[in-house]
Write a protein that binds this ligand. Sequence first.
Ligand SMILES: *Cc1c(COP(=O)(O)O)cnc(C)c1O
Length: 424
Amino acid sequence: MTNEKKPFITLEQAQAIMADVPTPFHIYDEKAIRENARRVQQAFAWNPGYKEYFAVKATPNPYLLKILQEEGCGVDCSSYTELQLSEACDFRGRDIMFSSNETPAEDMRKAWDLQAVINLDDLTHVDFLERVAGIPPVISCRYNPGGVFELGNGIMDNPGDSKYGMTEDQMAEAYTRLLQKGAKEFGIHAFLASNTVTDDYYPELAGVLFRLAVRLHEKTGAHIGFINLSGGVGIPYQPGQRANDIFAIGEGVRKQYEDILVPAGMGDVAIYTEMGRYMLGPYGALVTTAIHEKHIYKEYIGVDACAANLMRPAMYGAYHHITVLGKETAPADHVYDIVGGLCENNDKFAIDRALPKIDRGDVLFIHDTGAHGFSMGYNYNGKLRSAEVLLHEDGSHELIRRAETPADYFATLDCTPFYKKMGF
Ligand SMILES: *Cc1c(COP(=O)(O)O)cnc(C)c1O
């Protein structure tokens, strides 16, 4: 399964939306989101308790959370405001996973109030949780195996260097203490590698966690109710790159389940996932207009979006494919840096990218911004966050978040005399 990076809107559709919502904006493809969510559900349908808890941090928009809710998903939160947003979307109780770390007391209390499933990041959080809220009947603990996590295609990530989770001994101690304090059902969670474009990640992780579950059950007697494979399933940002096969992934996890959990008499364990990127990444795009061209030592196209609207290229050097709408079939016979207006030279959506000739006014479709796109936005240089638009299945569009205005940017100065002088 490769992908050819076809935009999900045409130039004509973009222009119709722009008559309503000026660029830049992020746009999301409802039809594709639903189809993908259904494939995910099918891939894990062998496990009766399966649930995907969408990682809210990836794309915290209530309209998108509601779509995923309709497709049977819950939410994974890690902060007070993510819990508030989920509450506003009528997620409650077991529909919410609270996978936080370095958790403030008020966040923990909020999770408790919503009866979310709390996933403890550290052994010391057993006492912390008891002190600030109480010990719930259902509780999860996050595991860190240490060392390096290797997959068939090389070293993927370095859990030994990561701040998350507990050692195996600490997991056992946490379970024992939680049992003494009245907890009844236990979960195991781990996130060991990010943006894995291989079908082996979840199955390998499942093997590690299933064996751990058997050992923890034997050691502590705790009833393991669920195992949470968390996020980390990747998407192909590059054209021609192989895409993950979610059915192969689901099947790989099923094999480990049959090999490890079933023989141990633990065939009732529910599988949970907390995917963000895989659920929405490919189904969002940043639409931006070319507003300047510049010819110095290199060729530059300046657009009306900047890294404040999509940080991944500046932050990680991440590749995002770009299509010039209306020039989909034109030869890519120009080489450009596509840049935003921040006073930071890393504000480049693309460097030395072969593209068709771009003229001022051309509309660029920056692919795969549906997760960790808008949400990583910031206000450096006084740049404002963009609007978000939902493309419905019937082709109509809906504004699901307006763009920020200067009044939003200055709102936290309303405690000062300068605010009034700005005329708000
Ligand atoms: C970020 C995060 C996720 C989602 O990760 P993706 O790479 O978007 O799938 C899931 N769970 C936790 C705890 C996270 O921090």
